[in-house]
Design a protein around this ligand. Sequence first.
Ligand code: WQD
Length: 336
Amino acid sequence: MKKILVTGGLGFIGSHTVVELQNEGFEVLIIDNLSNTSIEVLDKITSITGIKPTYFNIDLKNQKSVKDFFAENRVDGVIHFAASKAVGESVQMPLEYYENNIGSLVYILQEMKTNNLNNFIFSSSCTVYGQADELPITEKAPIKPAESPYGNTKQIGEEIIKDTTKVTDLKAIALRYFNPTGAHESAKIGELPIGVPQNLIPFVVQTAAGIRKELSVFGSDYPTPDGTAVRDYIHVVDLAKAHIIALKRLIDNNNKSQFEVFNLGTGKGNSVLEVIKTFEKVTGKKVNYKLVDRREGDITAAYADTNFANKELGWKAELGLDAALLSAWKWQETLE
Ligand code: WQD
């Protein structure tokens, strides 16, 4: 049975990917420092698949801990989710973001090289495109100067990986997520925002649940059909499945080059108001909201051109916005 290390494997996308890896017969090792999740997620994963992943409470900023892990554990692939990911927070705490997101990545790649481990999947983001000049966005769209230290760590991370694949046997795939959302159908795992949610859908869900009084819609004067900003909301389970396909591509050596990038989205854009209306339709719940000024740093619109992932990976998002929003609500109902 092939062994896969999933860093950040108790997080939102990480936990859903661990479930899909186990469903596909992989043995999973998880490293997570619990900085943005809780240990209960480990039991929830186990209750879904019946298999308990091997868990290591390691902080990847600790180079010796990373060295020790790889000296003691041989794996067939690494899927690297662990990173700080709050855009606004990264503006306030750049050094913590560069230390955590870049430092950890370098330590992992160093130990993979030392131990001759060569299959690496990197969690990247459509944020690297900024406001793309053309929509939908292809992998060939220019990388724009990052709007935040968080976005910069994704751009720099991809460069570090690309440079490393040129001079080692490392084979890597960077997956650029659009807007991950939704939850597993079991409603046992989902997005666990700590504190006030920064992202739209957790805020919508918490407003419907009465936890938040009112949703602020950031901007209604964008050049879009209804004036609110457009994003590509991809179901987290579709996203998780893409990681398994990308991993198999590396293990089976079907990758066309040492470093590949794929956009992971549905290919469809939805505005903030469309998300609210769709949520109310599928759940029957009301969402109180008000239109306010734009949020600093936000772009007008982003949605993926999915042809490359469809053709090369043979992957296509199967779940739409309705399913994503309903699953997010069902997950929220378990939290109350
Ligand atoms: C979506 C839309 C907001 C909250 C970011 C990162 C990206 C990824 C996903 C980590 C925007 C609007 C939001 C609210 C609102 N993060 N909004 N009221 O900014 O597209 O992407 O999160 O991987 O890398 O850049 O996602 O969910 O914050 O916002 O009106 O209370 O909802 O203005 O138009 P975003 P988001």
